[in-house]
Design a protein around this ligand. Structure first.
Ligand code: 3H9
Length: 694
């Protein structure tokens, strides 16, 4: 037998133990090992029942995703599952940790299922652009009912053991030692001569024929753009219409089709990239880090308050500093209100909220920051203010304290130069709302020590963020690329597009909202202020492209003032505003541009390719170490659709040569100043390569 799977005997019970670290994924060796173990148990006359269990931190976490995209190797998982179900001797799955994907399809093929109380069971394939391909779509509706199967399979969200028992998936929840209890359970099965129960022999019934269409309609917004959820629904429908064996064939065909799709490739790329991103090229795995036991946060505004919440949520105490008592109280009140909202929704226990609030120590005195291991400032975005703050922190904080700025644009090296410890200074750029958004751009300055940025990466993970390490430049990775999209969209408004047309095209591409709806939501005054600060460095065309100035000068700052690019009703529903259309049309005349029809394709190309070109420059300059760092930034901070894999992965899917040719086309149309292809794209396109296939 393979080393990954062992067969042993305890009296008349055969035990198949899987040990394939880290997560017992179903590699070929594991699949083959399970099958061989079963064969042994079936052939052995002394054995009356078998148990499948796992060593290590979890039950099987699913098929081995690393094998996808390679030629499939026998035995195939659906066949292993069938072999388990067809065993004449009862087979019991004993689950701990997470039984996911194929790791749940194996138990569904067993005749009995038991699990520890802390176990979680799920079919997350949809998140990889797939459907459960080893009988999950055919067995789960037969066992737990059509509705539960629709929910579980299309959401990919695991359920806990108690819920799984209610759903009929589990036969028992185990309190004590899993192996010992599984043996007791198996003896009971043998002694009571409980029959082998095949899930495949049950019927899956839909309450009504329309249940599938109704479900798809009700979730249309959630599933928008993604293929897999709809295929999951189709497969579950098939379970109610066709005999099991026929349904299995159809499920397999859909699985293979999805596995080969661009969306699944993209989502698998996302899965691995989000794990790879914390590994910093050039640093060893055992890179020393500093311990972060307490944190200081400067500024109790929206950002500072959100950042404080991130740390106390992870049990790390925070000293929250403001300059005025009323601002401190206001900030605390917002934090309290945020938590209370979650408590009211039943998603947080009151005592947990109380504990978190007690971990925040409000203060007006810088001296209270002297013992913090990490201090993050989230004060006004102004270099002079930041320099003053860092100067003060440098004198007050003990040596070794990491001093971080939450700036979203400013030069970290310039800030670090005001201190005597530039090696301990870096950027930690949270995204608003900081307690919700997953992205954390960790910005290393020229002098930041590896120990310091490795610590920031580690602490980012501790507080549940997806941290990405980037270098110093205007706007870092995310906002620097966004600025190019914003500029290009502004030019398109001048040339003939309207805000709602651009928003619709970007929304249809897969973003949660378009740039103008987003600007209105965030507050147009923010972009306006940035524009004014940078005005002198703008090109003549950028200076003249002043639609946002005109809108802001009318006091239209977006949702908060009831109007911006759109008009809003009291429920904040947006409607296109004819006045804005007129303003834009007049603007085009003023700048001497004859408006023309701009297609949605042009909008997408100019909005997305301008970002990709900037992303390539970011790579060339070493601001991001790898294309995956850029993708992870855009996926987690800006709503880039996961099923397209991020801008750089998307560029490869389109074909870099095609992207390059389009860049040349827009260079001729808009100007070399805005559309010169990055040398990296030029080279890769010329060699027929992509960002990921160098
Ligand atoms: C499937 O089952 C298809 C079937 O229906 C049909 C087949 C015919 N494969 O996340 P972590 C690696 S589709 C390969 O950091 P955690 C991961 O890359 C599958 N590798 O740990 C990482 O490697 P590294 C359905 C995998 O404790 C290491 O394990 N299943 C797999 O935070 C640790 O992972 C899923 O989609 C895998 N399946 O979370 C489950 N899973 O150290 C996917 C993990 O080199 N997995 N790795 O970076 C998860 O959700 C989480 O990993 C899990 C553990 C919750 C299990």
């Amino acid at each position: 037998m393979s080393e990954a799977v062992r067969f042993s005997k305890e009296g008349n019970i055969g035990i198949i133990t899987i040990n394939n670290p880290p997560v017992n994924a179903l590699s070929q060796a594991v699949r083959a090992g399970i099958r061989t173990g079963l064969e042994k148990g079936i052939a052995d006359n002394d054995i009356a029942a078998m148990i499948i269990l796992c060593e290590g931190r979890t039950f099987i976490a699913g098929a081995d995703i690393r094998e996808f995209g390679k030629p499939p190797l026998e035995p195939y998982l659906p066949d292993v599952c069938k072999f388990i179900e067809d065993s004449p001797k009862p087979v019991i799955a004993a689950i701990h940790g997470t039984a996911l994907g194929g790791g749940l399809e194996i138990p569904l093929s067993c005749h009995f299922r038991i699990a520890t109380a802390a176990a979680k069971l799920g079919l997350p394939e949809v998140k990889l652009g797939l459907l459960p391909g080893a009988g999950g779509t055919q067995r789960l509706p037969r066992l737990a009912g059509v509705h539960a199967a629709l929910e579980m399979i299309t959401s990919g969200v695991p359920v806990n053991a108690a819920r799984a028992k209610d759903m009929g998936i589990l036969d028992a929840i185990i309190e004590g030692d899993l192996k010992a209890e599984a043996l007791i359970f198996a003896k009971k099965v043998i002694n009571e001569k409980l029959p082998v129960r095949k899930v495949s022999e049950r019927q899956a019934k839909a309450d009504s024929p329309s249940v599938f269409d109704d479900f798809a309609k009700a979730n249309a917004r959630k599933f928008r753009g993604a293929i897999a959820p709809f295929k999951c629904i189709d497969a579950i429908r098939i379970a109610t219409e066709l005999p099991f064996a026929e349904g299995m064939k159809r499920e397999r065909a859909i699985f293979l089709e999805l596995q080969a799709s661009d969306q699944s490739r993209a989502l698998r790329h996302v899965f691995f990239s989000e794990r790879e991103v914390v590994r910093i090229p050039g640093l060893p795995d055992d890179q020393p880090t500093r311990e972060i036991r307490s944190v200081g946060v400067l500024g109790a505004g929206t950002m500072g308050g959100g950042i404080a919440m991130c740390f106390v949520n992870a049990g790390i105490p925070v000293v929250l500093l403001e300059v005025k008592q009323e601002m401190l109280e206001k900030g605390l009140a917002v934090i309290r209100k945020n938590y209370a909202g979650t408590v009211a929704k039943g998603k947080l226990k009151q005592e947990v909220m109380d504990k978190r609030m007690s971990l925040i120590k409000p203060t007006l005195s810088y001296n209270d920051l002297k013992d913090a291991d990490l201090v993050i400032e989230a004060v006004f975005e102004d270099m002079a203010v930041k320099k003053e703050v860092f100067g003060k922190l440098d004198t007050i904080c003990r040596p070794g304290t990491i001093l971080a700025s939450n700036t979203s644009y400013l030069n970290i090296d310039e800030i670090a130069a005001t201190t005597k410890r530039p090696q301990d200074v870096m950027g930690m750029h949270f995204f608003s709302p900081a307690n919700v958004m997953r992205l954390l751009e960790n910005v290393r300055g020229a002098k930041t020590s590896p120990e310091v940025y490795a610590t920031a990466m580690k602490v980012g993970r501790t507080i549940g963020k997806v941290p990405v390490l980037v270098g110093v430049c205007d706007g870092f990775v995310g906002n620097r690329m966004l600025a190019k999209r914003t500029r290009e969209c502004g030019f398109m408004l001048e040339e003939g597009a309207l805000p709602w047309q651009i928003d619709k095209a970007i929304y249809n591409f897969g973003f949660p909202m378009g740039p103008y709806a987003m600007g209105d939501m965030a507050g147009l005054d923010i972009g306006w202020r940035n524009r004014k600060a940078k005005f002198d460095s703008l090109t003549p065309r950028e200076k003249a492209c002043n639609i946002i100035d005109k809108i802001c000068e009318m006091g239209r700052f977006g949702q908060k003032t009831g109007s911006g690019f759109y008009q809003y009703d009291e429920k904040r529903n947006a409607t296109p505003d004819p006045m804005i259309e007129e303003l834009i049309t007049r603007h085009s005349q003023e700048v001497g541009i004859t408006r023309r029809n701009i297609t949605d394709q042009e909008i997408i190309e100019r909005a997305i390719y301008s970002m990709i070109n900037e992303g390539a420059k970011i790579l060339e300059e070493g601001i991001a170490a790898r294309p995956l760092d850029i993708d992870v930034v855009w996926l987690n901070g800006y709503g880039f659709p996961a099923y397209l894999g991020g801008p750089m992965f998307y560029a490869d899917t389109v074909g870099l040569k095609k992207v390059y040719d389009a860049i040349l086309k827009y260079r001729d149309l808009v100007g070399t100043e805005y559309w010169t292809p990055s040398p990296l794209i030029e080279r890769l396109a010329g060699e027929g390569k992509g960002f990921y296939s160098k």
